[in-house]
Design a binder for this molecule. Structure first.
Ligand SMILES: [Zn+2]
Length: 678
């Protein structure tokens, strides 16, 4: 659908339109070529959306604050906290690959630590990351292998290459940020060595077999920079021999799913058959339809998904969150489909912040949609994992997550804006930032994005440019927004109101132009038919939780790096009292200012609250292990007086009830609302 405003010339003849506004379901990939940024090189399928160089997007506001907390918290101090991140004697940094700790921890940490430095332009972090990366770059053997020698024969005498997949990501970011000339030949030699290995290499080992799609992405990254066709042969060999994700989900480990499900879509770039793109979507839907029937964007995969364990008390691993976000960011660029950005925001806003303490000095392994007591107790078999999974700690109890959590926000910040094949720009994920990019015939524009999103609904984009330039401006319209509003320099423009699309605005952009996008947010109540007919409450991209008083109790650690239990200091077993029709009208919205601390993801600083009537459900209690009891069926029997309760954004709620029973008489109707996951 296109809306155009035509410019009349002096003679009255109609010239080309001054401004066109249209919406597209996906960004088309065949609309030209963008010579300014590296994208897929033929014969790979053209990229509909293209990553900008690391450093060209400068996060501001709440997002910058999260990155600063990460710098000042665990990720910035893992060399002090983690026994795996000791430089001296490390197998990743010694020239001959001997030493200790040659597994995934160092690559996991560096994957986000380096990017944190590049995104914040923090010289200290960049310097320190380089020290480690220089060590890695010094360790290559004549055959191309590098890093820990023990891994070369780690699987019954054969190479165990999972940790290398992560280290390649570290090197890719390092190259994008620094253009260090050693990186390209280094990765080339490694991938050439990999290509000499027998096909069984890619079907061996529990982790490598499932996750080898990561190296397909690295092979394309390198091919796009060098044109070395042997890399496409390698990618095809990996695809043909690794776990078959194209035929469905065959492994139910949380993190394996979160990073493995995307593999067919990555390979789509080479195969150019839509069945591969569709397979990733099918995998996602398979998992979410079975185990993701609650808000927050994750699924119940406490270590492994288990038949029958679909209650919102099941946990989602922190590694799963950041890998899901990374997968969604990749799929946005491969498919040009805005649904992946929606899904990325869903995790980033509603689940990820609660995986960590507000000061980023501790995290836990499992975050659940309903989770009311974060303690050190063993909650198995209610959740699959035994031992401590819920209490916050900066230490080795959460070995993988402690290191892997690092790339969540830095990667997110790198993906806010993307370039398009028609030499335009796309606002893909909304957050306050500045972006500098080349458009049109090479003109440089800078855009200041000012917004309180996701807490506010208005995004203001101020354009700075030396010369005016005509280029398309793509703005993502999320799936929950049916009535977006657009103004250019204060003048309203009709925006075809297609949710889950991109608005494309073509005009001559010049210095001082201001584009304002409003994405009105309304309270929405969703009924989860397959999960006891419970309801969840959303407003725009934010899901909501009951506000439960948090009692933080020091339970170990050091004064500088404490471990905490968080216990409930107020009742949590509420069902909502909602009308049978128009349930959304039952909520009163209270907006506040963004906090001076800069961190909106805490109970005290959440910038928005909802008020709603509710009733206690006395039969809904903790189980014997201290795990929140399974959801009662709705309509549920309440007791006592009707009370008014407060809901806060789910990402700000460490103690959380986001799946609510509905109070009613047996046989009565629950609230109106959409059903299931869309
Ligand atoms: Zn983990």
């Amino acid at each position: 659908m296109v809306v155009a405003v035509f410019l009349l010339t002096g003679s009255g003849a109609v010239a080309r339109p001054e401004v066109t506004v249209e919406t597209v379901a996906t960004v088309p990939s065949g609309t030209g070529s963008n010579p300014f940024y590296v994208s897929n090189r033929a014969p790979l399928a053209p990229s509909p959306l293209i990553k900008l160089p690391i450093g060209d997007i400068t996060p501001k506001g709440w997002l910058r604050k999260q990155l600063e907390l990460e710098r000042d918290g665990m990720t910035g101090h893992l060399e002090e906290l983690s026994k795996w991140c000791k430089f001296d004697g490390n197998a990743w940094t010694s020239p001959d690959g001997t030493g200790a700790n040659g597994w995934e921890e160092v690559p996991y940490w560096l994957k986000g630590y380096g990017d944190l430095g590049y995104v914040l332009k923090d010289d200290k972090i960049i310097r320190e990351a380089r020290r480690w990366i220089d060590g890695v770059l010094s360790s290559q053997e004549n055959d191309g292998y590098f890093g820990p020698r023990a891994n070369k024969t780690g699987l019954d005498g054969q190479p165990d290459l999972w940790p290398h997949m992560v280290m390649l990501n570290v090197l890719q970011s390092f190259y994008e940020a620094t253009h260090e000339e050693r990186v390209i030949p280094f990765i080339t030699r490694y991938l050439h060595w990999l290509n000499t290995l027998p096909p069984a290499t890619f079907s061996r080992g529990y982790w490598p077999k499932i996750r080898f799609g990561d190296t397909i992405e690295t092979a394309y990254w390198l091919y796009n920079r060098t044109g070395d066709a042997s890399l496409l042969d390698l990618a095809a060999r990996i695809h043909q021999n690794m776990e078959n994700w194209t035929s469905g989900v065959h492994n139910w480990h949380n993190v394996n799913i979160s990073q493995g499900f995307r593999e067919p879509a990555v390979y789509y770039s080479q195969a150019k058959d839509a069945k591969f793109l569709n397979a990733a979507e099918h995998n996602y839907e398979t998992v979410m339809n079975l185990y993701g029937q609650f808000p927050g964007g994750g699924f119940g995969g406490d270590e492994n998904c288990r038949p029958g364990f679909t209650d919102p008390r099941q946990g989602f691993e922190t590694c799963g969150m950041v890998e899901f976000m990374h997968s969604f960011e990749m799929l946005t660029k491969i498919s040009g489909n805005p649904v992946w950005s929606d899904r990325c925001e869903e995790i980033a806003f509603n689940s990820f912040p609660a995986a960590l303490t507000p000061d980023w000095k501790g995290l836990h392994y499992l975050t659940s949609a309903n989770q009311v007591q974060l303690d050190k107790a063993n909650h198995h078999p209610g959740i699959d994992n035994g031992g401590m999974m819920f209490a916050y700690s900066p230490f080795e109890a959460y070995r993988c997550c402690q290191h892997n959590v690092s790339h969540g926000w830095p990667y997110y910040a790198e993906e806010l804006w993307l370039a398009t094949p028609d030499r335009g720009l796309c606002a893909s994920l909304y957050a306050p930032c500045n972006v500098r990019a080349k458009v049109a015939d090479g003109a440089t524009v800078e855009i200041s994005e000012e917004t309180e999103y996701p807490f506010g609904d208005t995004i203001t984009l101020r354009i700075s440019a030396q010369d005016a330039a005509r280029f398309p401006f793509y703005l993502r319209i999320p799936r929950w927004c049916g009535k977006p509003r657009l103004k250019i320099n204060g003048k309203s423009h009709r925006l075809p109101a297609d949710s889950l699309s991109y608005a494309v605005i073509q005009r001559q952009w010049k210095n001082g132009d201001v584009l304002t996008l409003q994405l009105p947010m309304e309270v929405a109540v969703k009924t989860w038919e397959t999960n006891h007919k419970a309801v969840s409450v959303a407003r725009g991209p934010l899901e909501f939780s009951l506000k439960i008083k948090e009692k933080w109790r020091r339970d170990g650690g050091t004064d500088a790096w404490p471990e905490y239990d968080v216990l409930p200091g107020s009742p949590w077993n509420f069902g909502l009292v909602l009308p049978g029709e128009g349930a959304a009208q039952a909520f009163k919205v209270i907006k506040k200012h963004l906090p001076a601390t800069g961190n909106p993801f805490t109970q005290q600083t959440a910038p928005i609250e909802l008020k709603v009537r509710a009733k206690r459900i006395p039969s809904w209690t903790l189980d014997k292990s201290g795990l929140v009891g399974r959801l009662p069926d709705s309509p549920a029997i309440g007791a006592g007086e009707v009370e008014t309760v407060t809901l806060i954004p789910l990402g700000a709620a460490r103690l959380r009830i986001s799946m609510f029973p509905v109070i009613g008489c047996p046989g009565s109707l629950g609230p109106a609302g959409t059903q299931g996951r869309d």
